[in-house]
Write a protein that binds this ligand. Structure first.
Ligand code: F6R
Length: 610
């Protein structure tokens, strides 16, 4: 999704901005651009395509090397196709100001009509150019006053950075629904929509709140709330090392993050399991013993991979704690006027902590009076701050667009939640201690799957040519089938669907033939025999079936065309090694197909629009 970088300080702004844009590439984008303010002259350069193409275009432009203030952007097209004209920055008026914007201006049509009537001429189809001209319309004195007036007319979401040629060195940044973080340097401020663009320069950061607007010049930062005057926001320390956000010798971030999972899960679990009391600590949930025992229902909301993790949580919480649990797509929850009670705990799952639909679901649940907690990876993100209570994943930065380690860490936390809720009810201390051991074994289960990377790459060779695939599973392995299919389609562009194994014959089986393989989760456990029955049904329709099987299960191996083994584990923890096996399978299929794993087409890392 779109990314913003801006700089005001004493250094040459250009390399800082371009370095920042490179760091934001992982978020997904289709054009990029910069604007530099060199003592009253604003120069804008932008380009459809990759940041590297923008950089080559700038190579011959030595006029840009003096500026110490600038703004830059990677655009993920929403309004208008991904062309150079639609790329940001956009100039306001006759070029007196330049602006970059993340988010969507919902009333852009009516504003465009008003501005056209006032004589403004548009060069792009974007809602951002509307905002740039609107700021210009109000630009009679200070830029910040013009931005405030313009933002009062705007409906929708924004993270913006703007500068005027009349105020060299000055940046105005603001946010509503789209993150902005200010990186505080010694004589400079680096602004970005994502901390990964600033950690090379500083770890001291201020996260703007919704409706904050900041005036920045060098290291001077003044923040005000749009309608309430000056405010002070806390400074936090970004705890990611810059190495954590590098590829570290792996060909793709996705592979690096798949291999990081044992360590990431250990970090998620660290200090949160009590072996003696057979319980999980999770103090961040901040639930009093009374709230815990009166918990009526756990409502889990999220999108995509995070929602798939939520399904595992639903199963485990009902299974072990006997507490009603439901998962709902955040986008649906926010609009359908759900019934939520004060004794309900709403758990919002989000790697980025910025997903627009999940954030809106959080706000809806807060308005309805529920207990609301976040299960978030990105420290200081909007969902983490607005929920106020919850559990950080501590998975480290997830750069790959295709989510991997966030899923396995989310499931690890949800299992700990199930344990905590169960222990506050009927689960005995002994059973709790066994559960703790099972959770603690997860990182080693993942390591055993990672050891099979070469073998999984060989299996992948047999599935590269297919254009469609089904993933099936039962019980805890049903969410794994959903997640396996999501991963495959995202990065290999093979059409893939995840189904409950029993559902296949209620329609989708019509599509099976020798060109449509089935990937079946056949791990030892309660549903295995029935799933093997479904495997036979698929093979009878000539589908090739690849099974995930428990190590040593010769019966399952004999029933399958291909197999990948995972170590034995109870059903609720087998989710994690099985998912890791499917992550590697998708990765290798996409790699063999030559797909752009780092930047899958049409996808964005953090989906901050509806
Ligand atoms: C899939 C993927 C997406 C995200 C979804 C939610 O690989 O990454 O499906 O899981 O966009 O994102 P977060 O977790 O940041 O809210």
């Amino acid at each position: 999704m779109c990314g913003i970088v801006a700089y005001s300080g004493s250094r040459n702004a250009l390399p800082v901005l371009l370095g920042g844009l490179k760091k934001l590439e992982y978020r997904g984008y289709d054009s990029s651009g910069i604007a530099l303010n060199d003592n009253g002259q604003i120069t804008i350069r932008k380009r459809q395509g990759k940041v590297s193409e923008l950089i080559s275009m700038l190579d011959s432009d030595s006029t840009l090397e003096q500026a110490t203030c600038g703004i830059a952007h990677t655009r993920w097209a929403t309004h208008g196709p991904p062309t150079t004209e639609n790329a940001h920055p956009h100039a306001g008026g006759k070029g007196d100001l330049a602006l970059v914007h993340n988010g969507i201006i919902e009333n852009h049509r009516s504003l465009r009509e008003k501005l056209t009537a006032a004589g403004y001429v548009f060069c792009s189809e974007t809602d951002t150019e509307v905002l740039a001209h609107l700021v210009d319309l109000h630009h009679k004195g200070k830029l910040i006053d013009a931005v405030i007036s313009a933002l009062r007319e705007v409906e929708g979401t924004f993270g913006i950075a703007a500068m005027s040629r009349h105020e060299p060195g000055v940046l105005v940044v603001a946010r509503r629904g789209s993150p902005i973080v200010l990186g505080l340097g010694r004589e400079e401020t680096i602004i970005a929509s994502d901390a990964s663009a600033i950690i090379k320069h500083t770890r001291q950061a201020i996260y703007l709140d919704d409706n904050d607007i900041a005036l920045i010049q060098g290291n001077d930062v003044e923040i005000q709330a749009l309608d309430a005057g000056p405010v002070s926001r806390p400074t936090s320390q970004i705890d990611w090392s810059s190495n954590a956000a590098k590829k570290g010798g792996y060909e793709h971030y996705m592979l690096k993050e798949i291999f990081e999972q044992p360590e990431a899960i250990r970090n998620t679990l660290r200090g949160r399991l009590d072996r003696n009391r057979g319980n999980a600590l999770l103090s961040g949930l901040n639930l009093s013993p009374r709230e815990l025992s009166e918990l009526h229902r756990v409502l889990i909301v999220g999108c995509g991979t995070s929602m798939n993790a939520g399904l595992v949580g639903e199963y485990a919480i009902e299974d072990f704690a006997g507490v009603l649990a439901e998962v709902e797509q955040a986008a649906e929850f926010r609009y359908r006027n759900p019934i939520v009670k004060p004794s309900d705990l709403v758990v919002a799952i989000s790697q980025s902590g910025e997903t627009a639909d999940t954030l809106a679901a959080v706000r809806e649940a807060i308005d309805k009076g529920a207990l609301v907690s976040g299960l978030v990876n990105t420290v200081g993100s909007t969902i983490a701050r607005e929920t106020g209570r919850g559990v950080y994943l501590h998975a480290g930065p997830e750069i790959s667009v295709a989510s991997t380690k966030a899923f396995t860490c989310q499931v690890s936390v949800l299992l700990m939640m199930a344990l905590k809720f169960a222990r506050s009810r009927r689960m005995s201390r002994d059973a709790g201690c066994r559960f703790v051991e099972e959770i603690e074994a997860i990182p080693s289960l993942v390591e055993q799957v990672l050891e099979q990377n070469d073998n999984i790459a060989k299996v992948a060779e047999r599935y590269v040519e297919q254009s469609s695939a089904f993933f099936i599973g039962r019980g805890y392995l049903y969410p794994v089938a959903l997640e396996g299919a999501l991963k495959l389609k995202e990065i290999s562009y093979i059409h893939a669907e995840g189904y409950h194994a029993a559902e296949l014959k209620h329609g989708p089986i019509a599509l099976l033939d020798e060109n449509v393989p089935v990937i079946a989760l056949c791990n030892e456990g309660p549903g295995k025999d029935k799933t093997l029955g479904n495997v036979a049904e698929c093979q009878a329709r000539k589908s090739r079936v690849l099974g995930i099987v428990t190590q040593g299960d010769q019966e399952a191996i004999a029933a399958l065309d291909d197999h990948i083994v995972v170590p034995a584990s109870p059903p609720h923890t087998s989710v994690i090694p099985s998912t890791v096996a499917l992550q590697l399978l998708s990765y290798h299929i996409a790699r063999l197909k030559g797909c752009s794993i780092g930047q899958p087409r049409n996808l964005a890392k953090s989906v901050t629009v509806e």
